[in-house]
Design a protein around this ligand. Structure first.
Ligand SMILES: NC(=O)c1ccc[n+]([C@@H]2O[C@H](COP(=O)([O-])OP(=O)(O)OC[C@H]3O[C@@H](n4cnc5c(N)ncnc54)[C@H](OP(=O)(O)O)[C@@H]3O)[C@@H](O)[C@H]2O)c1
Length: 271
């Protein structure tokens, strides 16, 4: 049996839907399970029952400080070994993302996955086109960002979910492989042009000040978001690669459309 963790998150729920569309039986695990899912909270070891699971698709449980994220992943990998899981597939971060503030938690988890004694596959996911669009800020006359003219090899989340389903459905064919799953490069200016508005670049200092002044952000988030901005702005995240289209066996979803839709949805007055 395949188990997909984080089943109520956007990536995991889409992956479960992809598996179901392919007729591959799979079980979801979540902190907030539905009737058909198992209760699975990496912060609560008592919930980690992986009996009957052969392939574990470990969807990274980010949105916390590195030590907490790594501890979560260590706990679930220990449970996987204990309960007889044979193959773990981990959703990591693109190799180009080594400069990003949240890279260490992913790379530390990759080390644990490789050292787990289980068969493994690492999916090094690029940054979502949805995220890129959502990180552009609306002003009364257009869009602003700290991305400058830098491009991101943005990828539609649905394509990453489809790739995860391909790998989880036939894990032995992908054992010991690290796939770099990125999309096509797009800029903030491209998104603004698609939406028919201008894009204005702000400095990284101004961006960081705004982030630090945002009471809705947790302490780890301003440095994380500032690292994405400087990484894109200075051209560290724009490389494309063949792995995703090869796994999918089809062209990628257009990331510009996805990013523009995400930006448009965030436009004040849209809802
Ligand atoms: N590539 C990118 O651009 C990008 C962007 C943002 C995040 N990410 C990473 O990719 C992951 C999946 O992205 P997403 O779009 O699905 O994000 P999302 O919709 O916000 O989902 C967050 C995920 O984290 C899981 N989670 C959080 N705390 C957990 C815990 N204590 N135990 C088990 N699972 C826990 C959630 O599972 P349940 O709610 O079902 O328990 C859910 O699957 C994120 O968690 C993050 O690590 C990647």
């Amino acid at each position: 049996m395949i188990m997909v963790t984080g089943a109520n998150g956007q990536l995991a729920s889409r992956t479960l839907a992809e598996l179901a569309e392919r007729g591959v039986p799979a079980l979801g695990g979540s902190r907030t399970p539905t009737d058909a899912q198992r209760h699975l909270d990496f912060d609560d070891p008592a919930t980690l029952d992986l009996t009957g699971v052969s392939t574990l698709l470990l969807v990274s449980a980010g949105y916390a400080e590195d030590d907490q994220v790594v501890a979560r992943h260590r706990t679930v990998l220990d449970a996987a070994r204990r309960d007889g899981v044979t193959h773990v597939v981990y959703t990591s971060l693109t190799g180009a993302g080594d400069h990003l503030g949240f890279a260490p938690a992913h790379r530390a988890t990759e080390r644990m996955v490789r050292g787990s004694g289980l068969a493994w596959t690492v999916l090094r996911n690029g940054l979502y086109a949805e995220l890129f669009g959502a990180l552009l800020t609306w002003t009364p006359d257009g869009l602003e960002s700290a991305f400058g003219t830098g491009a991101l090899a943005a990828v539609a989340r649905a394509d990453l979910a489809a790739a995860a389903a391909v790998v989880a459905g036939e894990p032995t064919a992908h054992a010991g492989r690290v796939y770099d799953l990125v999309g096509d490069p797009i800029t903030a200016g491209d998104v603004a042009e698609r939406l028919g508005v201008p894009h204005r670049t702000i400095g990284l200092g101004e961006y960081r000040s705004r982030l630090l002044g945002d009471a809705n952000l947790l302490p780890f988030q301003p440095p994380m978001l500032a690292s994405i901005a400087t990484g894109v702005r200075h051209g560290f995240l724009d490389d494309t690669g063949p792995d995703l289209a090869r796994l999918l066996g089809r062209p990628l979803t257009d990331p510009l459309t996805v990013a523009a839709d995400a930006a448009a949805a965030a436009r004040p007055g849209t809802h």
